[in-house]
Design a protein around this ligand. Structure first.
Ligand code: SAH
Length: 340
């Protein structure tokens, strides 16, 4: 049984032809799946009953099931714990802003990167998500909430560039003019800095916004909190970010989670400004979320750190934390479920 949501329009055309369907039917089906987002072949009312039965014999339309749904009392952020078709669980967060709604999606069940402050890798890596499991996080969240999502961020559980081919296929499906038709200008991808894959992504020359989780201003500190730094150090990452800008015209932005006594001194702010300023990138400062079983603490220095960066001419903002009361940070809910 083929997972029909995984197929590009071209692939669907070939499959439909192979089961004796007329070519134009593929576009109709693609529209039902990605624009009207139906969940049953029987709802595809412009196809004959006989053909719908045939489709159901060859293809399946997968669903995610809501295992848990938490709504923040402060800001209406919604966090979904979704069950995948094989029983794995992942998290999706719907953030409601005045201008538009944004969805934070997961790209893997678990994570291989083992950043010391992050909950995503606590219970190890299980598997990559398929392109349809990424799309379904959007379709199910829109269906359940009745809201339309204007932007997507790949910042949930997992390292998107460690699941490169599936993520690229998801981005193609998401932005397909005959499908969900979301401009990649409204999509951002966050990476811990897999520099070789950043270079590959640059070659695609899409409008995607790239965000790099930096979290330190020197290699020694970065390697202690982000083991991936031993493979791609800061200098290598910066070279890839510069290349990304040259190839795509899109400036990379950086994430920096402030952790008490680890990366929050004013000298570090100065070091950071020397790294960031030459490439004119935007820096997002994140007050760290405390993760159960991890030892890092919130920095008391966020304001002073931010002010020092700004006085040095760095374009930095402190990220508003949404959904703090519902464990909305990466992997917190999944980890909690697996540990309890
Ligand atoms: N693997 C990708 C995307 C997932 S994490 C990446 O590393 O970028 C999304 C962002 O949240 C990253 O910047 C990550 O470093 C950060 N993050 C993870 N755990 C956090 C925590 N406890 N507090 C604050 N930010 C955290």
């Amino acid at each position: 049984m083929t997972d029909i949501l995984i197929l590009s329009l071209q692939e669907l055309q070939d499959k439909i032809a192979a089961i004796g369907g007329e070519k134009f039917r593929a576009k109709q089906i693609f529209n039902w799946l990605h624009v009207k987002q139906v969940t049953e072949f029987s709802e595809m009312s412009n196809l004959s009953e006989q053909f719908r039965v045939k489709l159901a014999e060859h293809f399946c339309i997968n669903r995610l099931n809501i295992q848990k749904k938490l709504v923040s009392e402060h800001d209406y952020t919604v966090k979904y714990l979704y069950g995948l078709p094989d029983g794995q669980k992942i998290e999706t967060v719907l953030m409601r802003y005045k201008h538009a709604n944004s969805l934070c999606i997961s790209t893997q069940a678990g994570c291989r990167m083992n950043c010391t402050f992050c909950a995503s890798g606590i219970t190890g890596f299980v598997r990559n998500l398929t392109p349809s499991e990424m799309l379904l996080q959007l379709y199910e969240s829109e269906r359940d909430s009745g809201l339309s999502v204007g932007s997507v961020v790949l910042m949930g559980i997992g390292e998107p560039l460690d699941n490169f081919d599936n993520v690229v296929k998801f981005l193609r499906l998401l932005s397909d003019k005959d499908g969900r038709n979301m401009s990649l200008r409204h999509v951002s991808l966050s990476t811990c800095g897999l520099a070789d894959k950043i270079d590959e992504l640059a070659e695609l020359r899409s409008g995607l916004t790239l965000s790099v989780s930096l979290h330190a201003a020197d290699d020694e500190t970065r390697s202690t909190i982000m083991p991936v730094n031993k493979k791609f150090n800061i200098e290598r990452i910066m070279a890839s970010c510069k290349n990304y800008f040259e190839k795509t015209g899109r400036r990379v932005s950086f994430e920096y989670a402030l952790i008490k006594d680890i990366n929050d001194s004013l000298e570090t702010a100065e070091k950071l400004s020397r790294l960031i300023k030459p490439i004119g990138a935007h820096l997002n400062l994140i007050p760290i979320n405390h993760v159960h079983s991890k030892k890092h603490e919130k920095s008391a220095n966020v304001k002073a750190f931010h002010e020092r960066l700004t006085s040095l001419g760095v374009n930095a903002t402190v990220r508003r934390t949404l959904g703090a009361d519902i464990n909305a940070a990466c992997g917190q809910l999944r980890a909690q479920q697996l540990i309890n």
